[in-house]
Design a protein around this ligand. Structure first.
Ligand SMILES: O=P(O)(O)OC[C@H]1O[C@H](OP(=O)(O)OP(=O)(O)O)[C@H](O)[C@@H]1O
Ligand SMILES: O=c1cc[nH]c(=O)[nH]1
Ligand SMILES: [Mg+2]
Length: 209
Protein backbone atom coordinates (compact mmCIF):
# COMPACT_ATOMS: atom_id res chain seq x y z
CA UNK A 1 0.00 0.00 0.00
CA UNK A 2 1.31 3.46 -0.91
CA UNK A 3 1.89 6.01 1.80
CA UNK A 4 -0.54 8.61 3.09
CA UNK A 5 1.42 11.56 4.39
CA UNK A 6 -0.33 14.30 6.37
CA UNK A 7 1.87 17.40 6.48
CA UNK A 8 2.64 18.57 10.00
CA UNK A 9 4.72 21.62 9.14
CA UNK A 10 3.56 24.60 11.26
CA UNK A 11 3.63 27.01 8.29
CA UNK A 12 1.33 24.70 6.33
CA UNK A 13 -1.03 24.29 9.30
CA UNK A 14 -1.13 28.04 9.96
CA UNK A 15 -1.89 28.86 6.33
CA UNK A 16 -4.63 26.22 6.17
CA UNK A 17 -6.18 27.90 9.21
CA UNK A 18 -6.31 31.19 7.28
CA UNK A 19 -7.95 29.76 4.14
CA UNK A 20 -10.55 27.91 6.20
CA UNK A 21 -11.91 31.23 7.51
CA UNK A 22 -15.02 32.31 5.65
CA UNK A 23 -13.95 35.97 5.72
CA UNK A 24 -10.76 35.25 3.72
CA UNK A 25 -11.37 36.80 0.29
CA UNK A 26 -10.37 35.46 -3.14
CA UNK A 27 -7.13 37.44 -3.42
CA UNK A 28 -5.71 36.12 -0.14
CA UNK A 29 -7.25 32.68 -0.61
CA UNK A 30 -5.59 32.29 -4.03
CA UNK A 31 -2.24 33.55 -2.80
CA UNK A 32 -2.19 31.29 0.25
CA UNK A 33 -3.26 28.22 -1.74
CA UNK A 34 -0.16 28.87 -3.85
CA UNK A 35 2.05 29.22 -0.78
CA UNK A 36 0.72 25.98 0.71
CA UNK A 37 1.30 24.16 -2.58
CA UNK A 38 4.90 25.38 -2.59
CA UNK A 39 5.53 24.16 0.97
CA UNK A 40 3.78 20.86 0.30
CA UNK A 41 5.85 20.37 -2.85
CA UNK A 42 9.02 20.88 -0.79
CA UNK A 43 7.87 18.20 1.66
CA UNK A 44 6.57 15.78 -0.99
CA UNK A 45 9.80 15.82 -3.00
CA UNK A 46 12.03 14.84 -0.05
CA UNK A 47 12.54 11.33 -1.42
CA UNK A 48 13.52 12.27 -4.98
CA UNK A 49 16.77 10.56 -5.86
CA UNK A 50 20.02 12.47 -6.38
CA UNK A 51 23.13 11.59 -8.32
CA UNK A 52 26.66 12.96 -8.27
CA UNK A 53 27.78 15.14 -11.14
CA UNK A 54 31.23 16.55 -11.84
CA UNK A 55 31.14 20.33 -12.28
CA UNK A 56 33.49 23.26 -12.32
CA UNK A 57 32.91 26.19 -10.00
CA UNK A 58 34.74 29.50 -10.68
CA UNK A 59 37.30 28.16 -8.20
CA UNK A 60 37.84 24.46 -8.95
CA UNK A 61 36.36 21.16 -10.09
CA UNK A 62 34.04 19.46 -7.61
CA UNK A 63 31.26 16.92 -7.25
CA UNK A 64 27.77 18.40 -7.00
CA UNK A 65 24.32 16.82 -6.77
CA UNK A 66 21.55 16.78 -9.35
CA UNK A 67 18.14 15.16 -9.52
CA UNK A 68 18.33 11.64 -10.91
CA UNK A 69 15.79 9.65 -12.82
CA UNK A 70 12.46 10.62 -14.24
CA UNK A 71 11.54 14.15 -15.17
CA UNK A 72 8.54 15.67 -13.42
CA UNK A 73 5.08 16.83 -14.44
CA UNK A 74 2.39 18.69 -12.53
CA UNK A 75 -1.21 17.88 -13.48
CA UNK A 76 -3.88 20.07 -11.88
CA UNK A 77 -7.49 18.88 -11.83
CA UNK A 78 -9.44 21.87 -13.18
CA UNK A 79 -10.46 24.26 -12.00
CA UNK A 80 -9.32 24.40 -8.39
CA UNK A 81 -6.08 22.51 -9.02
CA UNK A 82 -4.84 25.45 -11.12
CA UNK A 83 -4.43 27.36 -7.87
CA UNK A 84 -1.63 24.98 -6.85
CA UNK A 85 0.39 25.03 -10.08
CA UNK A 86 2.39 28.20 -9.58
CA UNK A 87 3.52 27.15 -6.11
CA UNK A 88 4.60 23.75 -7.42
CA UNK A 89 6.53 25.33 -10.28
CA UNK A 90 8.28 27.69 -7.87
CA UNK A 91 9.91 24.54 -6.41
CA UNK A 92 10.26 22.44 -9.59
CA UNK A 93 10.46 25.01 -12.44
CA UNK A 94 11.49 22.48 -15.11
CA UNK A 95 8.33 20.39 -14.64
CA UNK A 96 5.89 20.17 -17.55
CA UNK A 97 2.23 20.94 -16.88
CA UNK A 98 -0.80 18.94 -18.06
CA UNK A 99 -4.46 19.72 -17.39
CA UNK A 100 -7.36 17.42 -16.58
CA UNK A 101 -10.81 19.02 -16.63
CA UNK A 102 -13.33 17.40 -14.30
CA UNK A 103 -16.27 18.82 -12.44
CA UNK A 104 -18.35 17.09 -9.84
CA UNK A 105 -22.03 16.81 -10.74
CA UNK A 106 -23.83 18.51 -7.83
CA UNK A 107 -26.63 15.90 -7.78
CA UNK A 108 -24.79 12.62 -8.28
CA UNK A 109 -21.39 13.85 -6.94
CA UNK A 110 -19.86 11.86 -9.82
CA UNK A 111 -16.99 13.43 -11.80
CA UNK A 112 -17.71 14.60 -15.35
CA UNK A 113 -14.72 14.84 -17.73
CA UNK A 114 -14.47 17.85 -20.06
CA UNK A 115 -10.78 18.35 -20.87
CA UNK A 116 -7.48 16.51 -21.02
CA UNK A 117 -4.20 17.87 -22.35
CA UNK A 118 -0.99 16.20 -21.20
CA UNK A 119 2.70 16.55 -22.00
CA UNK A 120 3.55 14.20 -24.90
CA UNK A 121 6.09 12.31 -22.80
CA UNK A 122 3.84 12.15 -19.71
CA UNK A 123 4.12 8.36 -19.45
CA UNK A 124 7.88 8.70 -18.87
CA UNK A 125 7.50 11.32 -16.15
CA UNK A 126 6.98 11.28 -12.40
CA UNK A 127 3.57 12.96 -12.15
CA UNK A 128 2.15 15.07 -9.34
CA UNK A 129 -1.66 15.32 -9.62
CA UNK A 130 -2.83 18.34 -7.63
CA UNK A 131 -6.27 19.41 -6.39
CA UNK A 132 -6.94 21.33 -3.16
CA UNK A 133 -9.89 19.08 -2.21
CA UNK A 134 -10.26 15.30 -1.87
CA UNK A 135 -13.92 14.82 -0.85
CA UNK A 136 -15.65 11.62 -2.05
CA UNK A 137 -12.47 10.92 -4.02
CA UNK A 138 -14.41 10.54 -7.27
CA UNK A 139 -12.50 13.28 -9.11
CA UNK A 140 -9.02 12.20 -8.01
CA UNK A 141 -9.74 8.52 -8.69
CA UNK A 142 -11.04 9.37 -12.20
CA UNK A 143 -8.15 11.74 -13.02
CA UNK A 144 -5.57 9.17 -11.99
CA UNK A 145 -7.35 6.46 -13.99
CA UNK A 146 -7.20 8.76 -17.06
CA UNK A 147 -3.43 9.03 -16.57
CA UNK A 148 -2.98 5.29 -16.07
CA UNK A 149 -5.02 4.64 -19.24
CA UNK A 150 -2.41 6.74 -21.07
CA UNK A 151 0.44 4.69 -19.66
CA UNK A 152 1.53 6.90 -16.75
CA UNK A 153 3.01 4.74 -14.00
CA UNK A 154 4.64 7.03 -11.47
CA UNK A 155 1.90 9.09 -9.89
CA UNK A 156 1.62 11.02 -6.63
CA UNK A 157 -1.50 12.87 -5.50
CA UNK A 158 -1.37 16.08 -3.51
CA UNK A 159 -4.33 17.84 -1.87
CA UNK A 160 -4.69 20.49 0.80
CA UNK A 161 -7.81 19.13 2.57
CA UNK A 162 -8.90 15.49 2.52
CA UNK A 163 -11.94 13.69 3.90
CA UNK A 164 -11.47 10.15 5.26
CA UNK A 165 -13.95 8.94 2.59
CA UNK A 166 -11.73 10.30 -0.19
CA UNK A 167 -8.57 8.79 1.24
CA UNK A 168 -10.28 5.41 1.47
CA UNK A 169 -11.59 5.63 -2.10
CA UNK A 170 -8.11 6.52 -3.38
CA UNK A 171 -6.42 3.70 -1.50
CA UNK A 172 -8.98 1.22 -2.81
CA UNK A 173 -8.78 2.37 -6.46
CA UNK A 174 -5.09 3.31 -6.62
CA UNK A 175 -3.12 1.58 -3.86
CA UNK A 176 0.10 2.38 -5.75
CA UNK A 177 -0.32 6.18 -5.53
CA UNK A 178 1.25 8.07 -2.61
CA UNK A 179 -1.07 10.74 -1.16
CA UNK A 180 0.19 13.99 0.35
CA UNK A 181 -2.37 15.84 2.46
CA UNK A 182 -2.27 19.25 4.15
CA UNK A 183 -5.00 18.41 6.68
CA UNK A 184 -7.23 15.38 7.21
CA UNK A 185 -10.75 16.53 8.11
CA UNK A 186 -13.68 14.87 9.87
CA UNK A 187 -16.26 13.81 7.29
CA UNK A 188 -18.49 14.85 4.39
CA UNK A 189 -21.83 16.62 4.82
CA UNK A 190 -25.06 15.68 2.99
CA UNK A 191 -23.97 17.71 -0.07
CA UNK A 192 -20.58 16.02 -0.28
CA UNK A 193 -18.68 19.00 1.15
CA UNK A 194 -15.79 18.42 3.51
CA UNK A 195 -16.45 19.22 7.20
CA UNK A 196 -15.06 21.56 8.50
CA UNK A 197 -13.32 22.05 5.14
CA UNK A 198 -13.13 25.44 3.47
CA UNK A 199 -16.17 25.47 1.18
CA UNK A 200 -15.89 25.28 -2.60
CA UNK A 201 -12.20 25.71 -3.39
CA UNK A 202 -12.74 26.56 -7.09
CA UNK A 203 -15.31 29.25 -6.32
CA UNK A 204 -13.11 30.75 -3.61
CA UNK A 205 -9.97 30.80 -5.80
CA UNK A 206 -11.72 32.34 -8.79
CA UNK A 207 -14.39 34.42 -7.01
CA UNK A 208 -17.26 32.73 -8.84
CA UNK A 209 -19.79 32.28 -6.06
O1 LIG B 1 -13.54 14.21 -4.23
P1 LIG B 1 -14.73 14.72 -4.98
O2 LIG B 1 -16.02 14.39 -4.32
O3 LIG B 1 -14.72 14.36 -6.42
O4 LIG B 1 -14.68 16.32 -4.88
C1 LIG B 1 -13.52 17.03 -5.07
C2 LIG B 1 -13.58 17.82 -6.35
O5 LIG B 1 -14.56 18.86 -6.23
C3 LIG B 1 -13.94 20.12 -6.52
O6 LIG B 1 -14.04 20.43 -7.86
P2 LIG B 1 -15.41 20.97 -8.50
O7 LIG B 1 -16.25 19.87 -9.02
O8 LIG B 1 -16.08 21.90 -7.53
O9 LIG B 1 -14.91 21.75 -9.77
P3 LIG B 1 -14.17 23.17 -9.84
O10 LIG B 1 -12.74 22.92 -9.44
O11 LIG B 1 -14.32 23.57 -11.25
O12 LIG B 1 -14.86 24.11 -8.89
C4 LIG B 1 -12.52 19.89 -6.09
O13 LIG B 1 -11.64 20.85 -6.62
C5 LIG B 1 -12.25 18.49 -6.58
O14 LIG B 1 -11.87 18.40 -7.93
O1 LIG C 1 -15.65 20.54 0.38
C1 LIG C 1 -15.51 20.45 -0.86
C2 LIG C 1 -15.84 19.28 -1.56
C3 LIG C 1 -15.63 19.25 -2.91
N1 LIG C 1 -15.14 20.34 -3.54
C4 LIG C 1 -14.81 21.47 -2.87
O2 LIG C 1 -14.36 22.45 -3.48
N2 LIG C 1 -15.02 21.49 -1.55
MG1 LIG D 1 -15.77 23.75 -7.28
Amino acid sequence: MAKVCVMEHPLIQHKIGVIRRKETGSKDFRQIIGEIAMLMCYEATRDLKLQDVEIETPICRTTAKELQGKKLAVIPILRAGIGMVEGMLAMIPAAKVGHIGLYRDPETLKPVEYYCKLPGDCAEREVFVVDPMLATGGSAVAAIQMLKDKGVKNIRFMCIIAAPEGIEAMQKAHPDVDIYIGAKDECLNDHGYIVPGLGDAGDRIFGTK
